[in-house]
Structure formats: structure tokens, C-alpha cells
Write a protein that binds this ligand. Structure first.
Ligand SMILES: *Cc1c(COP(=O)(O)O)cnc(C)c1O
Length: 333
């Protein structure tokens, strides 16, 4: 049998699981009383907002750094790892590297607020402030890789990253072997691709549903075009779902195309309502990207009656001001 081009297999998922064990939280899958009643289904929430870095991205970052340590030895990684992310990926790389004893430099522009910088420093990484844009921060990452021998940890487009995120899929099927459907937020595709690879490898009948933003959804446009395309980034309550997939995408576009059964876009109002519902009904404060599964069921009237459904509550990176914005937007129902 030929190896799939994206490089994410059941074997790579099980390897990832062994590597991250003890480093990353095996998160609970809880039944939501309120949502189960509301949709006449068995609705479960996979609580990646409970990861110590605040989101599932700790899985991929930990898997990749450990795999490189195993393959190349500690000496090869002694210059450290680097990336440029203000969000959940930056936090994940900072914490994963610190726990594994590898130096990390997270490059951020001078526009990034001090509180975000301090939060990443508190996780054990050095923050390097450069320029006034994300592009300039990426420029410094490229320089650290080219000139100082540091290793880039990408946010999604690598089989080791996607396999790390895919360990969620293994856990879902262990906890709910009869799962009918999993609904996953989709941006670069490491999360959905990894989970989908686990599902299609073990229980292909389980439906894998992706949810993207309604604007600036690079994966949506790229799937439509059949190749990676750039989109203009738009401000969103689901800011963790923004950003491109990379014009040189080599893994996740093919992977998502392989494993996803259906795909929806959700509006800002639907995201806002879902965030408020999770807060009011589950007492759970999550970011917009973590609420898009619920938003999709609600906005598109997905028929989940009688089914066992899992929603991936992917992270908790949300500021209180954003919650105020969501409440204001959600009000007129
Ligand atoms: C990164 C992220 C996503 C999307 O993951 P991709 O692998 O880029 O598709 C969803 N939710 C949260 C909270 C994230 O940080």
C-alpha cells in the first residue's frame, strides 16, 4: 500500500500518543445536559480548554519537539525552537519546550500587548519583540532558523503537528466507541485533519464535520479552488480560526480533503450566541473558535437527533472585553 502524501497515519497517531503521555493532559469528555436536551441528542464536549496552555495545540507542539529529540538527539535541538504566534500556538510551543528542557524564542511584533508577552514568558520562553507586524516577526523566525540553527515549530502544516492534535480523536473513540459525529473548528487543518485521520482509521462511519469562519476562511476557499489560496484576514470572535493555510501547504490541505465529510461556515452572531450559551448553560468561558461546533448545529440546523455527537471545545484564549462583545452581539434572539 502506498503511503498517503500527507504522512498522517494510525501509526503516526499512536506514536504521538506515546510521546505526549504524561506531558499533555488527557482531557475529559463530558456529557452536556443542556445541549443534549436542547438537540434531543447525546452531546459531549471534549475539554481542550483544560490543557495547561489553554488549548489543544500543546499536543502537536509536544509531539513534534519530542520526535525531533528522539530522532536527532538533544544536541541537535540545543539551539532551541522558535515560532511567531501571539496566540495558542505560541503558548503551546513555550510550555512544551520548557517542559522538555529545550530553549524557545517566540517572536512577536511590538504591537502585541504586554499582557500577552508576559503570559508567554511565564510559560518559560524568551520573547523577542521585532518590528511592527506579524510579517516582521516571521522574518526574525526565518533568520533564527537560517543563521542561528534554531528549529521552526509550525502551527499546523506538518505530519507531527497534525498527528499530535489527532490524539484527540483516539481519546474520543476510547471514551465513546459509538460516536456518530464529531464537529471540529477548522483553520489550518491540523486539528480536524488529525482527528479525522484517527476517526477514519478506526471507525470510518463516524461523520467528521468541519466548521470555518464565514469570512477569511482560507481552507474553505482552498478546498473549493483545489489548491492553497490566500484570503484577506478579517477580525472575528473566532480569531484562532483566522490566518492562511500557507501557499506551499504540503500536508493539511490533502489531509482535510481526505478525512472531512461535510463543512459549514458560521456567522459572527452564531459564534457569539454559542459562546454565551456555553457560558450560561455550562458555566464554561471559552473562546469563539471553541464554540463553532455549537454555532454550526444552531445556525445550520444540523440534524443530530438521536445521535451521539462530540464538540471539540478547543481553547480558552479569550479576553473579558471579547465576552462583552459577544454578549452584545448575541442579545437579539
Ligand atoms: C489553532 C486553533 C484552532 C484551529 O486549528 P487548526 O489546526 O489551525 O485547524 C481551533 N481552535 C483553537 C482554540 C485554536 O487555537
Amino acid at each position: 500500500m502506498t503511503q498517503p502524501t500527507h504522512g498522517v497515519t494510525l501509526a503516526s497517531l499512536y506514536q504521538a500518543r506515546a510521546r505526549i503521555a504524561g506531558q499533555v493532559t488527557r482531557t475529559p469528555l463530558i456529557r452536556s445536559q443542556a445541549l443534549s436536551r436542547r438537540f434531543d441528542a447525546e452531546v459531549f464536549l471534549k475539554l481542550e480548554n483544560c490543557q495547561p496552555s489553554g488549548a489543544f495545540k500543546l499536543r502537536g507542539a509536544t509531539n513534534m519537539i519530542r520526535a525531533l529529540l528522539e530522532r536527532d538527539g538533544a544536541e541537535a535541538l540545543s539551539r532551541g525552537v522558535t515560532t511567531a504566534s501571539t496566540g495558542n500556538h505560541g503558548r503551546a510551543v513555550a510550555l512544551a519546550a520548557s517542559k522538555l528542557g529545550v530553549p524557545a524564542i517566540i517572536c512577536l511584533s511590538n504591537l502585541v500587548p504586554d499582557n500577552k508577552v508576559r503570559a508567554i514568558e511565564a510559560l518559560g520562553a524568551e520573547v523577542r519583540r521585532v518590528g511592527r507586524s506579524q510579517d516582521e516577526a516571521f522574518g526574525e523566525v526565518a533568520r533564527l532558523v537560517d543563521e542561528e540553527g534554531m528549529t521552526l515549530i509550525p502551527p499546523f502544516d506538518d505530519p507531527l503537528i497534525a498527528s499530535g492534535q489527532g490524539t484527540i480523536g483516539l481519546e474520543l473513540l476510547e471514551d465513546q466507541p459509538d460516536l456518530d459525529r464529531v464537529i471540529v473548528g477548522l483553520s489550518g487543518g491540523g486539528l480536524l485533519g488529525g482527528i479525522g485521520a484517527a476517526i477514519k482509521g478506526i471507525r470510518p462511519a463516524t461523520r467528521v464535520t468541519g466548521v470555518s469562519l464565514s469570512q477569511g476562511a482560507a481552507m474553505w476557499e482552498s478546498l473549493k479552488a483545489g489548491h492553497p489560496v490566500d484570503v484577506e484576514e478579517v477580525e472575528s470572535l473566532g480569531d484562532s480560526l483566522g490566518g492562511g493555510i500557507g501557499l506551499d501547504n504540503r500536508c493539511t490541505l490533502a489531509l482535510v480533503r481526505d478525512v472531512m465529510d461535510d463543512h459549514y461556515q458560521v456567522s459572527e452572531v452564531a459564534i457569539a450566541r454559542a459562546m454565551v450559551d456555553l457560558l450560561a448553560d455550562e458555566k464554561m468561558l471559552v473562546e469563539g473558535a471553541a464554540a463553532v461546533g455549537l454555532a454550526a448545529i444552531d445556525e445550520h440546523g444540523l440534524d443530530v437527533r438521536g445521535q451521539t455527537v462530540a464538540l471539540i471545545v478547543s481553547g480558552n484564549g479569550v479576553a473579558l472585553e471579547t465576552v462583552d462583545r459577544a454578549r452584545a452581539l448575541a442579545k437579539p434572539r
